[in-house]
Design a protein around this ligand. Structure first.
Ligand SMILES: Nc1ncnc2c1ncn2[C@@H]1O[C@H](COP(=O)(O)OP(=O)(O)OP(=O)(O)O)[C@@H](O)[C@H]1O
Length: 475
């Protein structure tokens, strides 16, 4: 007849969600919970009386944790793969008599299969989500390139022809030009006209990634590669560009210590994630852009010469808007149309407004023009936008910027750099003069010494009109 201790033990074995196996000191199974059939593929009865070494040979427990406990005399923990294809975490410990001999080994196995499956599912969902992100980027790319490139100038026509000619090849292209001239737009156009259109267009703004995260973002990392890393690891942006275009925007801002690694990836078309051992082949077309002078950066030792030659295969320079002022009217019309459509408006610009906008030189290029028009159209109350609506927003812009070039490109025949620089100096000096009460304040604002300010005021005759001004009298 079973005693209370036996009854209690049976109850624990029968109701435990973990699988429990108890052997004697030589590894013969004395008791096992009923769940062992599900986990180990062997019925409870078939286990009783069998030795763990034999069961290990048959692949039932692999490795046998009871055997490990008998060999080491200590508690053990192992992950086991079972014949039913399950993954279990088994913990076993010895039970000793008064003479310290092992008389029992108790093992408790926790089924991790579900967790493992959830983990796998999570990993595959992660990859899928990265892919969807790509698809979205591509869709966005198509939507953006759908808006035609507005141009009247020969310079932009030439660029469009060059893009059409070079798009079908896989040659690397780099766009140079000031911020906001349309470099990213042309890069997308190149992708759209290339045979990689159906692949992803992965845009990386090199200046927006902190130096410390650069490698991880570009090349990815395996799980647990470094402290603070995503526990599941991450696919790098370079790998995501497989079969598509890798667009490295602001490439001139890439940290020097990363340039060698990037060059290697560009040459070999293979990436190894941080903490990983397997190289992955990636098939991408490289397109880059920068608003910096890479040749000068090379001369100063801030940009690797070999990387420069690798990316500078087809250089395309996009001129600033003030060098192609003939593009301004078309851009204004197109952008007004787009903004009206986006915000469900019906705004029109009064001819006087157009006149003022044509003659402004747009130092922030097309982006500035776009942003300005959005602001103007959204803040004016009537359908017809008049010069009144420009008050406040446009006048301060004109005042703060360089002297208008009256619609002519600044760099035309007869251009004199010295004269132009003088005009700029006089302009800023006048602005500071209007805003400050003393030449000391002016010197702080302009970053000049106070005697230089006085000398320059005299040189540009700014003081001669206002000799009574406290600015001069206080000096
Ligand atoms: N010729 C054009 N026709 C229509 N839209 C244009 C044209 N040029 C530029 N744009 C628009 O101007 C905005 C700025 O362009 P984009 O972002 O391509 O400039 P960027 O030179 O890459 O600037 P950054 O160097 O700051 O990244 C975008 O919305 C773009 O669509």
């Amino acid at each position: 007849m079973a005693n209370n201790l036996d009854l209690e033990l049976d109850a624990v074995l029968n109701h435990s969600t973990d699988n429990i196996v108890i052997t004697d000191g030589r590894g013969y199974v004395l008791r096992a919970s009923p769940s062992c059939a599900e986990i180990y593929g062997v019925t409870h009865n078939a286990l009783i009386g069998r030795n763990v070494e034999q069961l290990e040979l048959e692949g039932v427990f692999k490795p046998s944790i009871t055997k490990l406990v008998m060999q080491t005399g200590k508690q053990q923990q192992v992950m086991q793969a079972t014949v039913t294809g399950r993954t279990v975490m088994a913990t076993a410990f010895p039970v000793r008599n008064e003479k310290k001999e092992i008389v029992r080994v108790i093992s408790v196995s926790h089924d991790l299969t579900e967790i493992q499956e959830m983990k796998k599912e999570y990993e595959s969902l992660q990859v899928q989500s990265e892919r969807y992100q790509n698809e979205l980027d591509v869709l966005r790319t198509r939507e953006q390139t759908f808006h035609s490139i507005v141009h009247e100038s020969k310079a932009i026509s030439r660029i469009k022809t060059l893009i059409s000619r070079t798009a079908p090849s896989d040659a690397s292209v780099i766009f140079y030009g000031e911020s906001g001239v349309g470099k990213s737009m042309f890069a997308r156009e190149l992708h759209k006209e290339s045979k990689r259109l159906d692949g992803p267009f992965i845009e990386i703004n090199c200046s927006a990634i902190p130096d410390t995260l650069f490698e991880a973002e570009l090349f990815g990392y395996e799980k647990g590669a470094f402290t603070g890393a995503d526990r599941q690891g991450r696919i790098g942006l370079v790998e995501l560009s497989d079969e598509g275009t890798l667009f490295l925007d602001e490439i001139g801002d890439i940290p020097l210590q990363m340039q060698g690694k990037l060059l290697q990836v560009l040459q070999e078309k293979k990436v190894t994630p941080i903490g990983g051992r397997v190289e992955k082949h990636v098939d991408f077309r490289l397109v880059a852009a920068t608003n910096r002078n890479l040749e000068q950066l090379v001369e100063k030792g801030l940009f690797r010469e070999d990387l420069y030659y690798r990316i500078n295969v087809i250089p395309i320079t996009v001129p600033s808007l003030r060098e192609r002022s003939e593009d301004v009217p078309g851009l204004i019309f197109k952008k007004v149309e787009e903004i009206n459509e986006r915000y469900d408006l019906k705004r029109k610009l009064h001819p006087q407004v157009l006149e003022r906008l044509y003659h402004y030189h747009w130092p922030g290029n097309v982006r500035e023009l776009e942003n300005f028009l959005s602001r103007l159209l959204l803040t004016s109350s009537e359908e017809l936008v008049t010069v009144e609506d420009l008050k406040g927003i446009f006048e301060s812009k004109e005042r703060r910027s360089l002297p208008a070039s009256e619609g002519k490109p600044l760099l035309s025949e007869g251009f004199q750099l010295k004269e132009e620089l003088k005009k700029v100096e006089q302009h800023w000096l006048q602005l500071a003069f209007d805003e400050c009460n003393t030449t000391y304040e002016m010197s702080k604002l302009l970053g000049l010494s106070q005697p230089s300010v006085v000398r320059k005021l005299k040189e540009y005759k700014i003081d001669s009109k206002t000799n009574h001004d406290p600015k001069i009298n206080q000096n």
